[in-house]
Write a protein that binds this ligand. Structure first.
Ligand code: SF4
Length: 354
């Protein structure tokens, strides 16, 4: 019998052998009956079909239709609802796209959409409608990107994103990083990636040695890796081991999560998430409220819900385990901290003495 869940060790093989149909996913999880209920296996989700690595599916609980990892990847008919306020480009990135592959919203940093490819398709992704075809820089565009940076002297940080930048092979990824790290004006290169969580073997020794060598050179840019993990169950022992190895290269390792209805919207889920990522060597960085992207409204909670949850988190988590509760507002030149004091009476901010 085929063991569908047995992860293969080679990350490229895992990447090319993801699960791409609802039928197969539900069969593996013993949830075939779901296919005839609210989930529609025949539903073709256009440019954004189901895609999930087998090693990520192995972290799901078979037989549980509400598994928090499953809910993040399983197409749902609710995606087809048109809901006012949920749009294709919620962060207005198209308005800040000065040339192929560059998004420039904040003064000191630019984001490069290195690739359209992701190992996993997260149903709430704010870039699920992004026009990657005309926005993925090829080798021939590298010099244009460098020219852009050099003509904007305030830029001192570059974020490599996508898609997932770690879906590039080491040659291409390291080539980009080397090029950027050699620019005197660049202090920091940040990688935004979900791959260390969904296919931890992506952190192969070649990449880790490369990152270590860049970090060891005091004249080169510092590397920051921001992983994306929404639930403690995403980090099993194998994933934690790879993240610890990544930490040993000297990178600054942070996590950003999105508050998702039904996935991680309880105090217990948030406490476990913060503690689990920390155990794996990762500091909680952001907890974002959902970007209002078309097709994801069913994941959204209003800000009042987020604030109430956050107050509870503050009572239970040490400061270094507490992510910043934040939202992105289109066309605002910074991320916006959510005002947690709105709707709170001053009395509520103090310990109630027994
Ligand atoms: S890995 Fe990141 S970019 Fe890719 S679908 Fe998920 S959230 Fe979007």
């Amino acid at each position: 019998m085929i063991n569908y869940l047995q992860p293969q060790k080679n990350w490229q093989m895992q990447l090319s052998d993801t699960i791409n149909t609802v039928d197969e996913l539900l069969t593996i999880l013993h949830l075939s009956e779901l296919a005839t209920t609210s989930y529609q296996p025949k539903y073709k989700s256009g440019q954004f079909p189901l895609r999930v690595p087998r090693s990520f599916v192995a972290k799901m609980k078979a037989g549980d239709p509400l598994d928090p990892l499953l809910l993040q990847v399983l197409p749902n008919v609710q995606e087809l609802q048109q809901v006012t306020g949920y749009v294709a480009d919620p962060l207005a990135e198209n308005d800040h796209n000065p040339q192929q592959g560059i998004i420039h919203k904040y003064q000191s940093r630019i984001l490069i959409t290195l690739t359209s490819a992701c190992a996993i398709h997260c149903r709430y992704c704010f870039r699920q409608h992004f026009d990657y075809k005309s926005n993925t820089p090829k080798q021939k565009h590298q010099q244009q990107v460098i020219n852009y940076i050099q003509s904007h002297k305030k830029i001192d940080e570059v974020i490599l994103s996508g898609g997932d930048p770690l879906s590039l092979d080491n040659d291409r990824l390291c080539n980009w990083i080397t090029l950027l790290a050699d620019l005197p004006q660049i202090n920091t290169i940040r990688l935004h990636t979900r791959l260390p969580v969904v296919i931890p073997e992506r952190l192969d020794s070649e990449l880790l040695h490369f990152l270590h060598d860049i970090n060891a050179d005091p004249n080169k840019a510092r590397i920051v890796v921001v992983i994306h993990c929404n639930h403690a169950n995403e980090i099993d022992d194998n994933t934690a081991m790879y993240l610890r190895r990544l930490q040993l290269t000297g990178v600054t390792l942070l996590n950003q999560a999105v508050l998702l209805k039904g996935v991680n919207d309880t105090l217990e889920a948030q406490i476990q998430l913060s503690k689990r990522v920390f155990q794996a060597g990762v500091l909680p960085y952001y907890l974002f409220v959902l970007d209002k992207v078309a097709g994801a409204s069913h994941f959204d909670h209003d800000e009042k819900f987020a604030v109430d949850l956050y107050w509870q988190m503050m009572e239970h988590l040490s400061g270094y385990l507490l992510p910043k509760l934040t939202k992105e507002v289109a066309n605002r030149p910074f991320k916006t901290p959510i005002n947690i004091y709105d709707n709170k009476l001053d009395d509520e901010c103090y310990l109630q003495m027994p």
